[in-house]
Design a protein around this ligand. Structure first.
Ligand code: ADP
Ligand code: MG
Length: 238
């Protein structure tokens, strides 16, 4: 059970309020996509869910537990960024294994988890390569592999494909949908790519200036936008 529930979340930086009062339920096992203009607070929201940022007020609930004061590592969450910071001197296998090694997990368990992640992400032929010997898409898969091995209940993605070219983005989109099916995890995914949002999401959350404009299934937003902003945002080409 890994429903994510945000209750009356607010966030200010100095005197500047980025999120005034946000309520959102992300259903267990859903693929929820957050969209909205640059600067509207999407990354801040992900950072609050992951625990990298503390909300000014409000509560973050995961699986019915209040985790607002919990360390990021205690939340069962993993975050994948657009700039996949791999260790250049380590092999793919070592990169994927790194977090498990830090956590002092027994070697046999680590080995089987790395093998499983490599299988799911089709990285088996590349395990002994260094990041510099990989394509952009392969590197992004390694970054996702580092998340998978930790077996999080919730994955957070912050525009993970925005550095990839169009063809690779299309391929990775298919792979992310398969990943969601095979892992049975809750995914919260930020993108400004409408096609990505429409094809990946069970539920799309449209944000504007720190507020939620509308939440709904892709076709629902497309057919019945409740505000002019949603109509413009969902309907307009990228
Ligand atoms: P998005 O991801 O939707 O583009 P962000 O969440 O990154 O938006 O930023 C929302 C707003 O919060 C922006 O105005 C940004 O400048 C501000 N902001 C984000 N992080 C900080 C910070 N650490 N200090 C001050 N302002 C911040
Ligand atoms: Mg952002």
């Amino acid at each position: 059970m890994s429903e994510v529930r945000l209750q009356n979340i607010s966030k200010s930086f100095g005197g500047h309020t980025v999120l005034p009062d946000l309520n959102l339920t992300v259903p267990d096992g859903s693929f929820t996509v957050l969209v909205g203009p640059s600067g509207c607070g999407k990354s801040t929201l992900l950072r609050i869910i992951s625990g990298l940022e503390e909300p000014t007020s409000g509560a973050v609930m995961i699986g019915g537990h209040d985790v607002t004061l919990d360390e990021p590592s205690k939340r069962g969450i993993s975050m994948v960024f657009q700039s996949y910071a791999l260790y250049p001197h380590m092999t793919v296998a070592q990169n994927i294994d790194f977090g498990l090694r830090l956590a002092k997990m027994p070697a046999a368990e680590r080995k089987s988890r790395v093998a499983e992640a490599a299988r799911i992400l089709a990285l088996e032929p590349y395990l002994d390569r260094k990041p510099a010997q990989l394509s952009g898409g392969q590197r992004q898969r390694v970054a996702i592999g580092r998340s998978i091995v930790r077996q999080p209940k919730v994955f957070l993605f912050d525009e993970p494909l925005s550095n990839l070219d169009a063809a690779l983005r299309t391929q990775m989109r298919v792979e992310l949908a398969q990943l969601h099916q095979s892992l049975d995890a809750t995914m919260i995914y930020v993108t400004h790519d409408q096609v990505e949002a429409m094809t990946l999401a069970d539920q799309i959350v449209v944000m504007n200036a720190g507020r939620i404009e509308q939440v709904g299934a892709p076709m629902e937003l497309y057919d019945r936008p409740q505000t002019v902003f949603v109509a413009g945002f969902i309907g307009s080409p990228k």
